[in-house]
Design a protein around this ligand. Structure first.
Ligand SMILES: [Zn+2]
Length: 701
């Protein structure tokens, strides 16, 4: 039965994919590719939409068009594998999630009544929140999402929905069992006392029994689980322990005996896992090297057997595999389980950021030059400075626990013996970070907070590059620079609670000091000093105003990075007052901070860098404390008020998540000759497509 479902859905996928090619593009037409690319570059709208406390953000995949066809195929196959497992996270999060989601999708597809009234809008908002959170519990708080429409209205929606073949109701709306199922659906969605928390870590709660997630059978308690796993570990001194319990649901058989229902081809979630294997097997044929091919083989073996020893073998192989295209895939992070044992399905396809790594290489080449020419005192300079290793990748596709809500940096594997003996991979997801800032400070914010058109233009033209270069200088040179005087303790010991703020300020200042240096143009890191000016404008704008929009009225600044930015910007403002380096201008009741003299501002940054390096090198707690307390924490109340008022018109939803790009095959005589990327999906479209094309699991698992 499972096999048939597997092949059937496979065929559907293939038919759909090729249909899509024919619908959207003339097969093999290069013309279309060009217009598509131009469209992307012209006006990339990062912010797709916003609802409730969420915003949906698009991300670019830089230079995808320039990859070889083999690499494009690899990304495509891994993306298909990623999406094939999507249903798993819904089911892991809660046993009724697929039941609810499919009911909502049936209504979205087939409701024949009024779609313009408030009730339907509220229904759509609820549905989008369920899609976003991977189920009916809020993705961050884990609490059940409360619908803003009535049970009566919901019954009406079901009654007025025409059955749709692609989005059928997960229950017979007419049959004898219909009532029973509908009652359950209503209870699951509307009864706020029922399964309220996905993860319950309340003091005194049974972390397993009282959590609504589906990592354990409904009647399994925390104590039973602890005994089960203690007994499983026969040897407590085991040298290389596996991640016990990572890939299974712990449940009871009909006699009440506990057993692990393992995620594997012929086990739990087998229908989705089979699909994933199908695509990983295809990826194997276009692997970038032998190491990666072995990785794929081991992963397939693991998905077939569910054997966690093979998972470890895979992780070891993955750590040593060095390729431009890589991915994270599996049952990985354990935050969704209150006792931290069960792994949530996640997948992140990654492409090495060639530009960033080239830039990093150049920066590393000159890292000693940066140290020697810094504004810090000679006695605080390192004679042999080594740049911090920092890897940037761009995401090509995300699924499961990593989507739509995603991390912006990942460090894996999790198994500690592998980390200790074989190492780990740490990456920063560059295009997502860029998309976050693109969506947060889009052109609206520039219009509102820049004083001149020149500043807006410069930000549009150089903002992205400046931001990226600033980050790389901060990470690679900034944190590596400077040394502690002999006999002085580590900054953590000497600067205590001010250490992080001062350390981040120091790294920022290294970047700021150099980004206006002609040397960077000379060695090809940037086109002109305009790039540096854009960075200065943005730093001052953000540090003195914009970042305050994230702070509640009456509060002070708590977050270290925000403290350091205000410290640097306001200290520089004060130092430059006499020469009018940064000017505070009020026009039509609005405040602006305008940089008048970039060269002098660079000197000021240099002075502060010298001072903070001195504080760090000497472990001068008192001076460090004064700097942070006087410049980094307290907020100018009037400015704060104003910033909040001026930002209120723009979206400021606290949580962001991402829309994936869509990949389309270009076929010629049945051969893939190219793969195109587009970012045209709206959130609803993407979620409905995924539901149609990647629903491999039964409603009850
Ligand atoms: Zn830092």
């Amino acid at each position: 039965m499972k096999k048939i479902f597997f092949y059937l859905s496979l065929i559907i996928t293939l038919i759909f994919t090729s249909c899509h090619v024919n619908l959207d593009f003339k097969v093999g037409s290069k013309e279309n590719k060009k217009s598509e690319s131009k469209n992307i570059n012209k006006e990339f709208e990062y912010l797709a939409e916003s609802f409730a406390d969420l915003k949906i953000i698009r991300y670019k995949v830089p230079n995808f068009e320039d990859l070889s066809i083999e690499d494009k195929k690899l990304i495509y196959y891994l993306s298909q594998a990623s999406l094939s497992g999507r249903d798993i996270i819904f089911d892991q999060n809660y046993r009724h999630n697929l039941f609810v989601r499919r009911s909502l999708e049936a209504i979205v597809a087939g409701y024949t009544g009024d779609r313009e009234n408030e009730d339907f809008k509220n229904f759509m908002e609820y549905t989008k929140r369920v899609w976003f959170s991977g189920g009916i519990h809020h993705h961050y708080s884990g609490k059940k999402i409360e619908p803003n429409f009535s049970r009566g209205y919901f019954m009406q929606l079901i009654a007025n929905t025409t059955p749709n073949i692609e989005y059928p109701f997960p229950f017979d709306t007419r049959g004898s069992k219909s009532r029973e199922k509908r009652v359950l659906l209503i209870k699951v969605i509307f009864d706020m006392d029922y399964d309220l928390k996905r993860v319950n870590k309340d003091d005194g709660a049974d972390l397993i029994f009282d959590s609504a997630n589906n990592y354990y059978g409904p009647n399994v308690t925390q104590e039973e689980s602890e005994i089960f796993y203690t007994n499983l570990k026969t040897d407590s001194n085991e040298k290389n322990p596996i991640e016990y319990g990572l890939n299974s649901r712990l449940e009871k058989d009909k006699d009440g005996n506990l057993f692990e229902n393992v995620y594997k081809v012929d086990g739990l979630y087998g229908e989705a896992i089979s699909q994933m294997i199908y695509w990983i097997d295809k990826a194997k044929n276009v692997a970038q090297n032998e190491d990666q091919r072995k990785c794929f083989e081991l992963l397939i073996k693991y998905y077939k057997t569910g054997d966690l020893k093979i998972w470890d073998e895979y992780c070891v192989q993955w750590v040593k595999t060095k390729t431009d295209i890589d991915w994270i895939n599996g049952f990985v992070e354990v935050y969704g389980d209150a006792v931290g044992r069960k792994g949530a399905y996640e997948s992140i396809v990654q492409i090495k950021d060639m530009e960033a790594s080239k830039t990093t290489e150049v920066i590393n080449e000159y890292v000693q030059w940066f140290e020697d020419n810094s504004s810090i005192m000679d006695e605080h300079k390192k004679e042999n400075v080594v740049g911090v290793s920092y890897k940037v990748v761009n995401v090509g596709m995300e699924s499961g626990d990593a989507s739509p809500s995603s991390p912006i940096g990942v460090n894996l594997p999790n198994n500690s013996w592998i980390r200790a003996e074989k190492g780990s991979k740490s990456v920063s997801l560059g295009n997502l970070i860029a998309a976050y800032s693109g969506a947060a400070t889009g052109s609206n914010f520039l219009q509102e907070f820049c004083y001149t058109d020149e500043e807006i233009e410069r930000a549009k033209k150089y903002g992205d590059i400046a931001d990226k270069l600033g980050t790389l200088l901060h990470e690679v040179v900034g944190h590596a620079s400077g040394k502690i005087n002999e006999g002085v303790g580590t900054p953590k010991e000497t600067l205590k609670n001010y250490k992080s703020t001062l350390e981040e300020a120091r790294a920022d200042l290294v970047a700021l000091y150099y980004i206006m240096n002609p040397k960077l143009v000379e060695i090809g890191l940037m086109e002109s000093l305009e790039c540096g000016k854009a960075e200065y404008d943005s730093y001052i704008r953000n540090g003195l105003m914009l970042q305050l929009r994230r702070i509640e009225p009456g509060e002070v600044i708590e977050q270290d990075h925000m403290r350091n930015r205000q410290l640097v910007a306001s200290w520089a403002y004060e130092q430059g007052l006499e020469d009018n380096v940064i000017e505070k201008i009020t026009k039509d009741g609005k405040t602006y901070f305008v940089v008048n003299d970039y060269k002098k501002l660079q000197d000021i940054f240099g002075q502060l860098l010298r001072e903070i390096q001195r504080i760090t090198s000497e472990g001068d707690f008192d001076s460090g404390r004064k700097l942070v307390e006087n410049y980094g924490i307290q907020i100018d109340q009037e400015i704060h008020q104003e910033v909040l008022q001026r930002s209120a018109q723009f979206n400021s939803a606290p949580y962001g998540g991402f829309l994936n790009p869509e990949y389309t095959l270009v076929l010629e005589n049945g051969e893939i000759i190219d793969i195109l990327i587009n970012h045209n999906d709206e959130f609803k479209d993407q979620m409905m497509k995924y539901a149609r094309d990647y629903s491999f699991l039964p409603t009850v698992n």
